[in-house]
Design a protein around this ligand. Structure first.
Ligand code: PMP
Ligand code: GLN
Length: 383
């Protein structure tokens, strides 16, 4: 293995899902729903295969999906992108983010990330030969946020880009307009590119609103926005995503993407276009049901003795393990299947400053109510 990848072993999701399978524990680790997306969307994928969408689609994506993405960004956020030159399709958001970092960061450039960060960010920054600069999100009055001075201090002469994930996995934060203004200000002042990960764009709770960074003053021209179908339509296995950005960025990112995978699975592109165009009411119902599941899981975790942070979006709750007498989330996560028959993700793996997250574990609530209930009943045995 090349040296720059040596710090990356098996991903925590692979390790913990394998542990769940091996022990038969309830898997509240890796974030995937235990239900499937809207019938009409599933049918569209099946129909697409039956009617011959089985050869290479165009490299940048099917025109119908690029048009559907452009229409969605316009209708929901007022952001206009030309489907022919400013939208393209990727193998999930993961490839969109990877291709963006590989296309935009030179070896030795620095990329700012908010820690805890989604694990693929660190790996693709390393693949690019670039250097990650973490800015730590810390709990303030029950919500994870950053200190504007920490962000400003992270910028140096080699800083090229900032990766912004909102709604944020695993912290559950939906950045406010004020927080986004702070980020935008730093980008404008230092001429940085923003790469946004918006995969949870529809999964926001209470009065939290997802605001794309590209909608802020002076940001559309310097933002590469990434999203995907998986979370919005409960089809995480479809791995179909998209990038929207000004044409020169799209050309750059597309240049890399074409040699990673060339194109993206045709039937899922057709089904995704259908979903974005016809099934957003279904997504709104999903959002409401996830909010109720969030509250259900939190009530159970608190009863079991954890201290929890109520997320404003995503699939995940952060739980502080110290009230139960534990201090090391990694140790607890590895022992949890045996102790309680449940799998969770130790949040510390998403930090460079592991001590900042050592006492958190992440639980997913994108599960059937009876699964959540059974899990928290088991976790109550930890006391
Ligand atoms: N970004 C974040 C923050 C995620 O939680 C995930 C996991 N689904 C991804 C990206 C990956 O998305 P995709 O499956 O579309 O590649
Ligand atoms: N995004 C999901 C999570 O955070 C799973 C991603 C993966 O398996 N790589 O749990």
């Amino acid at each position: 293995l090349v040296e720059r990848m040596r710090e990356f072993g098996e991903t925590i999701f692979a390790e913990m899902s394998a542990l769940a399978v091996r022990t038969g524990a309830i898997n509240l680790g890796q974030g995937f729903p235990d239900g499937s997306g809207p019938e009409a969307v599933l049918d569209t994928a099946v129909e697409a295969i039956r009617t011959g969408a089985n050869q290479y689609p165009p490299g940048p994506g099917l025109p119908e999906l690029r048009e559907a993405v452009a229409a969605q960004r316009l209708a929901r956020y007022g952001l206009a992108y030309d489907p022919a030159t400013e939208v393209f399709v990727t193998v999930g958001a993961t490839e969109g983010i990877a291709a963006s970092v590989l296309a935009l960061a030179e070896p030795g450039d620095e990329v700012i990330v908010f820690e805890p960060y989604y694990d693929s960010y660190a790996a693709v920054i390393a693949l690019a030969g670039a250097v990650r600069r973490p800015v730590t999100l810390r709990p303030v009055e029950g919500r994870f946020t950053f200190d504007a001075d920490d962000l400003r201090a992270a910028v140096g002469p080699r800083t090229k880009a900032i990766l912004v994930n909102s709604p944020h996995n695993p912290a559950g934060t939906v950045f406010t307009r004020a927080e986004l203004e702070t980020i935008a200000g730093v980008c404008r002042e230092h001429d940085l590119v923003a790469i946004t990960d918006e995969v949870y764009e529809y999964l926001t709770f209470d009065d939290a609103e997802h605001i794309p960074l590209a909608t802020l003053d002076g940001m559309r021209e310097r933002t590469v926005s990434v999203s995907s179908v998986g979370k919005s339509f409960s089809v995480t296995g479809w791995k179909t995503g998209w990038v929207t950005a000004p044409a020169p960025y799209v050309r750059a990112v597309q240049t890399v993407k074409q040699f990673l995978t060339y194109a993206v699975s045709a039937p899922y592109q057709q089904a995704t276009a259908y979903g974005l165009t016809h099934e957003l009411a279904w997504v709104e119902e999903l959002r409401k049901s996830l909010q109720a599941k969030r509250d259900r899981l939190i009530t159970g975790l608190e009863a079991a003795g954890f201290a929890t942070y109520r997320p404003q979006g995503t699939y995940f709750v952060q739980a502080d393990i110290r009230p139960l007498g534990f201090t090391d989330g990694m140790e607890l996560a590895r022992a949890l299947p045996e102790k309680a028959g449940v799998v969770a993700i130790p949040t510390q793996v998403f930090y460079d400053h592991a001590e900042a997250g050592a006492h958190f574990v992440r639980f997913a609530f994108c599960k059937k109510d009876e699964v959540i209930d059974e899990a928290v009943e088991r976790l109550a045995r930890l006391r």
